[in-house]
Write a protein that binds this ligand. Sequence first.
Ligand SMILES: C[S@@+](CC[C@H](N)C(=O)[O-])C[C@H]1O[C@@H](n2cnc3c(N)ncnc32)[C@H](O)[C@@H]1O
Length: 404
Amino acid sequence: MTPDPRQAPVESSSAESPAELARSAELVRLIRSDIESSPARRITFADFMRRALYEPELGYYRGPSARPTRTGDFLTAPETHPMFGWTVARRIEEMWSELGRPAPFRIVEYGAGSGTLGLSILEGFRHHGADDLLEAVRYEPVETNPYRLADLRAGFEEAGFGERLDDGSLTPTATSGAAAAGGTASAGSVPVFGVLLANEFLDALPVHRVLFRDGALRELFVSWRGRFVEVVGEPSTPGLAARLAEDGVALAEGQVAEICLELEPWLDEAAALLDRGFGLILDYGYEAAELYGPRHLAGTLLGYRGHRVVEDPLTDPGSIDLTAHVDFSAVARLAERRGLRIVSTTTQSEFLVAAGLEREWQSFRDSARLDAPEYLEARSGIVRLLDPRHLGGFRVLTLERRGP
Ligand SMILES: C[S@@+](CC[C@H](N)C(=O)[O-])C[C@H]1O[C@@H](n2cnc3c(N)ncnc32)[C@H](O)[C@@H]1O
């Protein structure tokens, strides 16, 4: 099985609340009707994943339940401890200085969720005494889930950052069909002078599944045989073989792999938006040679529910998070083609250490108000953030668009 970036145990049951089960049943009906109305009675895995994650009100990322929280399905780095965001804030402070301390300074966060990272970044500016930056900053979330956006707004107000938030000008991205479903077209059109952020966003974009069999590339489609099953067919688009060729990858006989063709439209959008400044992409994934290498012969698709990996990711669509590791070679190549410069590609632990996690930890530890549980929680958070088998092994790609 794929190494699990969230280090969750495996579950085989499908226990869920009645409301969740009813939503999932409705989604099953919709996906079955997609399958039954298609000529070959099958759909691509990307189409399955798009419905399962993004169908309005029914999809995993469109419903009211909070996902990356302690009681939700997984913990992302910013949810692990605010020290993560405070450290990212340090790096953004450097970027702001490198750019000549512009005001306004826009931070656009793709897949902002309920704003945990955005809030801790702004808190970081406050802790570090970066008052001029705090004054200049405009934080703009791009989030497809209206419930999460409402949480985000409330959190910013509560923390006294309401005036720094601009959640009116950007809309869900054109990728994932999320925008189409919401009746909107793109993330925005006013050129950004600042930073584009994406933490655990790209791994949630729909992927195609392929299989290399008898010396040829095939695609794994989703069909219905009393339950959702995978069936093999000719690739639905030449884009799949083209991506592997550009990655310089040859799959092994019998190998299964995921390919995210939505990277292109997302990078089109993000690169067009970023007029001057930096892009910071943080996620689990690898360079193509490793992602498609012998350690991942079964692919990297995983389904999560309640901090557990589910055995069959095709069951209970809408109540399971579906995710695949990111092809960082493709992201970097596609970004360069759109005129962005690669500043660095590192592991998350290297990134955090270089950005000043140690100093952040020291000042937090020395804080007079710290009690024992807070201390222990922070210490275990740091271990998870730096652990190369866990959050520390995530990748961080820093991009730059220089001014004229
Ligand atoms: C795994 S969560 C990460 C949330 C947050 N970045 C964090 O690290 O805690 C992914 C987030 O991306 C959002 N999302 C996924 N696809 C999106 C899209 N196409 N446009 C905007 N938001 C999207 C989801 O609703 C969800 O809140």
